[in-house]
Design a protein around this ligand. Structure first.
Ligand code: ADP
Ligand code: MG
Length: 291
């Protein structure tokens, strides 16, 4: 059996042009209708992200970042506008069709890890292979391989409660990788992690992006974390306000040796911080070396 499922099994992406951007949004709006009030979470967003990019999405709380990620991840649909994924228009698909596209094309990582508690690391990673229809014999092998890619091959039998926060997030990344997605989306993946562990997670994303050409889009409101990406988008009030290349990019594998080693018993969950206004601006002029 082929490593990757044939794209012909995904109706939305038939006849796709080779050079199409991985992601293209055309004037995408999302309005949540709460009866009395309408919340305009996205107000006409257009952007392109190409294969191999590494993008950090920034902006204050409530600016529409998660709404954007949920649309990019085919977890939700735009109210208006169009979304082309790998050149195929997915804006008109049904929920079931979207789920199918998602399971083949997208890996999604959440701030809260979202692992099943009574399930081992290996089984957590295996879950998406079931939905993707991977043959049983193949599932555990793929899951083990994905755990190896995040450096957790020796923790396959552990339950989430037996793993540190950083290790749990690595299991969640392995789970996102197990179906060989073209795009990895992560909504505040380091929001619950201390700063050294956050850099370790960024090291994994940089490695996947550099060595495997994986397209990576992360949400963060920490300029230090965005500094590991190649491009920063800043949202305000549902609009894309800035789109800038990262200068003086941080390289996690060079930064890690400069950070103090972590005492595992000493790990404190870092409280979620609000984004600082003008965060993207700060990035542009950032000349500091992190750590
Ligand atoms: P961010 O991730 O940048 O904090 P969100 O995309 O979560 O922002 O939210 C953008 C706006 O949409 C906020 O005003 C939020 O309250 C609202 N919103 C998000 N999800 C929903 C929902 N499911 N129903 C109603 N309003 C929502
Ligand atoms: Mg959010």
């Amino acid at each position: 059996m082929d490593e990757r499922l044939s794209t012909t099994q995904v109706p939305a992406v038939i006849g796709v042009a080779d050079k199409a951007p991985a992601i293209r949004l055309e004037n995408v709006a999302k309005t949540y209708d709460l009866g009395e009030v309408q919340v305009h979470a996205l107000r006409g967003v257009s952007l392109e992200i190409h294969a191999g990019e590494f993008v950090a999405v920034m902006g204050a709380s409530g600016s529409g970042k998660s709404t954007l990620m949920n649309i990019l991840g085919c977890l939700d649909k735009p109210t208006k506008g169009r979304y082309f994924l790998d050149g195929g228009d997915v804006s008109g698909l049904t929920k079931k069709e979207l789920a199918r596209v998602r399971s083949h094309k997208i890996g999604f990582v959440f701030q809260q890890f979202n692992l099943l508690a009574r399930t081992t690391a290996l089984e957590n990673v295996e879950l998406p292979t079931i939905y993707a229809g991977i043959p049983v014999a193949e599932r555990a092998r793929r899951a083990q391989e994905a755990l190896e890619r995040v450096g957790l091959a020796d923790r396959a039998d552990h339950f989430p409660s037996q793993l540190s926060g950083g290790q749990q997030q690595r299991v969640a990344i392995a789970r996102a990788l197990v179906n060989n997605p073209a795009i990895l989306l992560a909504d505040e993946p380091t929001g619950n992690l201390d700063s050294r562990t956050s850099v370790e997670i960024m090291e994994i994303f940089q490695k996947l992006n550099d060595e495997h050409g994986l397209t990576v889009v992360i949400v963060t409101h920490e300029p230090d974390i965005a500094q590991y990406a190649k491009r920063a988008l800043e949202f305000r009030d549902g609009r894309l306000r800035k789109d800038i290349p990262i200068q003086n990019r941080s390289i996690a594998k060079d930064v890690l040796p400069t950070l103090p080693a972590l005492d595992e018993d000493d790990v404190e969950m870092v409280a979620e911080r609000e984004a600082e206004p003008g965060a993207a601006e700060a990035l542009l002029h950032n000349t500091r070396t992190p750590g």
